[in-house]
Structures are given as structure tokens and as C-alpha cells.
Design a protein around this ligand. Structure first.
Ligand code: NAD
Length: 485
């Protein structure tokens, strides 16, 4: 079946769709059925070169436009995205398997928020005047040049926009390489940006696996790399970027803690744990997968959680009533099943789930393990699937120490009705993004990113501007210049 929103070719370069079927084919598989819904071709070296050359050629004129003009185009693109939210959400659902109930409110809408926010900000990007007695200096906030964005598979539209919007607002060009697992949505972002008036070449999308990403990162014509992906990939990309002293943003994995104190509102805490473990079938980097529940509330929490999980509606993700879809791929499903087996073997108590669902596609049951201990593999490694580990604790100090005893530091959450404790715990978390009595909110107005192995730099908010621009200082002497001879 073809869908009207399917992109017309594998790549989008210099303002137009481009096909080059000499590249290795990549089959796009619908996670809900296992059927092949499209085939794209990996970028050949000639395609990579064409994308880089066109982006470089277009960038200087874009940077020379006023911020108001650049911003107007981004805001127009945001409006088009909102108008097409339904079609874009259907495509996102078919690409990722995430329920339409989620994609219709969280993907193109979040992408449009970024385009609107940075579109609004473009006209406000200025330097500074620095008085120096009779002399003075000023700074110019300038673009970096050509930025490369490399995406993970879980939020293909959002990631394409979260990287593209601030890059373009600052006057850069961007080449975006989506994940090979979900290659379709970013092409629609490119199409919409150009329909909104973006000059050709400024937002190119090329397909490929890691090697294509690596060839972009290693190219001397690229000035910055922003990666969303796993820590092992982050290490490679960071190292390759370092060879060229390139700017980087690294949005990497996590194993985030969620602390529930005895005085928390039980239902809100259970909602936080559900949102932080089962939204997008658990394929969210900031998920709070280590749920530490204070021992006085632990059994009540588990009982209420099991009861609430009976409300899950598993099925065709395009059905608006469905709130839990498949894993993105067979490979990811098998990785998660391996962790479930490991949890069982390590002696964690399986409260619910634990198996594959008997239907086409890559469906897993929402899974909860209790009696998890800190040393278990399921409490240490990122699973990236619908597997919650519940751990007990007694004191606040103990909970903070155990929450922080991880090499990751993407996110952390606390549920409590004690205001002072909430802020004390948030301050003590070693994580870039924290939540009090909430979980996984990611509005564009708030910086998002990780500490420790979870990343470098921030996306969203004014903070992102620092990562897509650089300051030039200009010293100005008003009188004659003297020298010793
Ligand atoms: P991945 O690391 O396997 O791949 C990410 C991207 O990097 C893909 O596009 C891939 O093709 C590319 N890539 C792989 N090797 C490369 C190389 N050597 N050079 C350049 N590019 C290369 O990650 P994934 O499996 O697609 O996504 C899941 C991971 O992403 C999880 O760890 C998750 O936590 C993380 N993630 C983080 C965030 C965040 O904002 N912090 C958001 C979403 C996902």
C-alpha cells in the first residue's frame, strides 16, 4: 500500500528530491506489521559530496540575510507542519510504530514548536558593545558554517527539527542524516522547509548507515556535528569530530532514576512511572527506568501500577484508541527480550509482562520487575524498551547516592509532597534534565541535554544558540596607534 505522504525519493539535496539507486538499498519496515513499506538507498560518496557542496554554496547568502527574514521562513515552515500534522503523524507512526495517539500530539507538533521558537529568536541574535575608555570593541554572533545532524530512530521528525531549527536560525546550513531504521520523516521536514521559502541547499537530507554519518563527520568542509544516539556511537563521533576540532552536541543514552517518596501522591507517581517507561514503548532516551520507591509505599505503588497497566490498549498504532505500539524493529525487540531474560536469571521478581505479544510486528508486553538490586544488569544498562525496574529505599541520602551511582546523567525525577525535599533532591541529582512531580516533559523553552556519559551541549531554549553560533570579537581604536619604534 502506498500512502500519500510517502517521500518521493531517498535524498533531498539542493531543494529537490534526489534518487541514486547505485547506493545500497535500505528497506523501511513497518514495525506494526513487519511489512516493507519503502526502500531508500544509502548515499554514495558522490551523493555525500553533492550534499556538502550545495550546502556550502548556499550558506553565505543565508547568513547574510537578516534574522527577521530567516525567522519568517522558519515560522512559515512551522505553520505548514501544523497544517499537515495528521499526515506527518501517520508517516511517523508507520516509520517508528509509535501510536498515532502519541505522534499526533508529540512529533510534528514538537518539531513545529522548535521552528516557531527559533524562528522567533532569529531576529534577536546580536552581539555586544564593550566600552574600553575612548576605544571600544564589539562582538558579532556568527554562524558556524555547515552543521551535520545525525538522528536516532525514536523521534525522527522531532530530532530533525530540534537540530535544524536553531542551526538555520543562526545562519548555518544543515545536512541531516536520519537513522537508517526510520529514514522517511526527515525528508518531509526538508520538503516543508523549502516549500516555506528556504533557499535550496540549506537543509539537505541524505540516507545511510553509520559509515555515511562517519563520512560526513570526517569531511573537512563540516564545522559542527550534532548527534542523537547511543553512548558507543557518541564516543566514535566525538573522537572523529575532535580530529578536526569541530563543535559537537551529543545527545546520548541514559538510565535515569525516578525517586518516589512515601509522601508522594500515589497516582501521580504511578503516572510518572508509566510515562517514563512505557510511552513510545519505552524507546525514550530520558526514561526513568530505575524507579526507586520508598519502602513504606512500595507495595501500594506496585499494586496500583499493576492495576493501571490493565488500561493499556495494544494494537494497530494507527488506531487512535491504541496507546501502546510495537518496538521499532525486530532487532530492538530481541535486544529487549534478552534483557528480560537476564532480569529473570538475576532473580528480579517479574510483576507483569515479560513476553512477546502473539501478533504480527514487533510487540512486547509492558514489563515490570520488582525487587531489583543496583548491581543487576537491568538496573545498570540502558534497555530502550518497555521494561521498568522497581527498587526499594529507606532514606533520602541513600536514594540520592544510589540514583547517582551510574555513568549516565541524562534525566532524573522526584515525586514528593515536601517542597523543600523536592528542590534539595533536584539539586543533588547528577543529571541534565530533572522533573519534580512530573516526568519526560520536553518543551522547547527549556534546555534539554545530559551530564556525564549522556552528553555534551544542550538542545532547545536560548542555550541551543550557543551551540550553533560563535562569537567574533572586533577591537576598534578611535585615535592614532603608537608603537615602541
Ligand atoms: P545509534 O547510536 O545506533 O545510532 C544513532 C545514529 O548514529 C544513527 O543515525 C546511525 O546511523 C549513526 N551512526 C552510527 N555509527 C556512526 C558513526 N560511526 N559515525 C556517524 N554516525 C554514526 O542509536 P539508535 O539506536 O539509533 O538510537 C537509540 C539511542 O539513542 C539510545 O541510546 C538513546 O538513549 C539515544 N537517544 C538519545 C536522545 C537524547 O536526546 N539524549 C534522544 C533519542 C535517543
Amino acid at each position: 500500500m502506498t500512502y500519500p505522504t510517502q517521500p518521493k525519493a531517498s535524498h533531498f539535496i539542493d531543494g529537490a528530491y534526489v534518487e541514486d539507486d547505485t547506493g545500497t538499498p535500505i528497506e523501511v519496515i513497518c514495525p506494526a506489521t513487519g511489512a516493507v513499506i519503502a526502500t531508500v538507498h544509502e548515499a554514495t560518496p558522490a551523493i555525500v559530496d553533492r550534499a556538502i557542496a550545495s550546502a556550502r554554496a548556499a550558506q553565505a547568502a543565508w547568513a547574510a540575510m537578516t534574522g527577521t527574514e530567516r525567522g519568517r521562513i522558519l515560522r512559515r515552515a512551522a505553520a505548514i507542519m501544523r497544517d499537515r500534522n495528521h499526515d506527518l503523524s501517520v508517516l511517523e507512526t508507520r516509520d517508528t510504530g509509535k501510536p498515532y495517539q502519541e505522534t499526533s500530539v508529540a512529533d510534528a507538533t514538537s518539531g513545529a514548536d522548535a521552528l516557531e521558537y527559533f524562528g522567533g529568536m532569529a531576529a534577536t541574535l546580536t552581539g555586544q558593545h564593550i566600552p574600553l575608555g575612548e576605544n571600544w570593541a564589539y562582538t558579532r554572533r556568527e554562524p558556524l558554517g555547515l552543521c551535520v545532524g545525525i538522528g536516532a530512530w525514536n523521534y525522527p521528525t522531532q530530532i530533525a527539527c530540534w537540530k535544524g531549527a536553531p542551526a538555520l536560525a543562526c545562519g548555518n546550513a544543515m545536512i541531516f542524516k536520519p537513522s537508517e531504521t526510520t529514514p522517511l520523516c526527515a525528508l518531509k521536514v526538508a520538503e516543508i522547509l523549502h516549500e516555506a521559502g528556504l533557499p535550496a541547499g540549506l537543509y539537505n537530507v541524505i540516507q545511510g548507515r553509520g559509515a555515511v554519518g562517519a563520512s560526513l563527520v570526517g569531511d573537512a568542509r563540516v564545522d559542527k556535528v550534532s548527534l542523537t544516539g547511543s553512548v558507543p556511537t557518541g564516543r566514535k563521533v566525538y573522537a572523529a569530530a575532535a580530529a578536526g576540532i569541530k563543535h559537537v552536541t551529543m545527545e546520548l543514552g541514559g538510565k535515569s532514576p525516578l525517586l518516589v517518596f512515601d509522601d508522594a501522591d500515589l497516582d501521580s507517581a504511578v503516572s510518572g512511572a508509566i510515562l517514563g517507561n512505557f510511552y513510545s514503548s519505552g524507546q525514550v532516551c530520558s526514561n526513568g527506568t530505575r524507579v526507586f520507591v520508598q519502602n513504606g509505599m512500595r507495595e501500594a505503588f506496585l499494586a496500583r501500577l499493576a492495576e493501571r497497566l490493565r488500561g493499556v490498549v495494544i494494537g494497530d498504532p494507527l488506531d487512535p484508541a491504541v496507546n501502546f505500539g510495537p518496538m521499532v524493529s525486530e532487532a530492538q525487540m530481541n535486544i529487549v527480550l534478552g534483557y528480560v531474560e537476564q532480569g529473570r536469571a538475576e532473580g528480579a521478581r517479574l510483576v507483569c509482562g515479560g513476553g512477546r505479544i502473539d501478533r504480527p510486528g514487533f510487540y512486547l508486553e509492558p514489563t515490570v520487575f520488582a525487587d531489583v538490586t543496583d548491581d543487576m544488569v537491568i538496573a545498570r544498562e540502558e534497555i530502550f524498551g518497555p521494561v521498568m525496574a522497581v527498587l526499594g529505599f529507606d532514606t533520602e541520602d541513600e536514594a540520592i547516592a544510589r540514583a547517582n551511582a551510574t555513568e549516565f546523567g541524562l534525566a532524573a525525577g522526584v515525586f514528593t509532597s515536601d517542597l523543600a525535599r523536592a528542590h534539595r533532591v533536584a539539586a543533588a541529582f547528577e543529571a541534565g534534565t530533572c522533573f519534580i512531580n512530573s516526568y519526560n516533559d520536553a518543551p522547547v523553552e527549556v534546555p534539554f541535554g545530559g551530564a556525564k556519559l549522556s552528553g555534551v551541549g544542550r538542545e532547545n531554549a536560548a542555550a541551543a544558540i550557543e551551540h550553533y553560533s560563535q562569537l567574533k570579537s572586533v577591537f576598534v581604536r578611535m585615535g592614532a596607534l603608537e608603537a615602541p619604534f
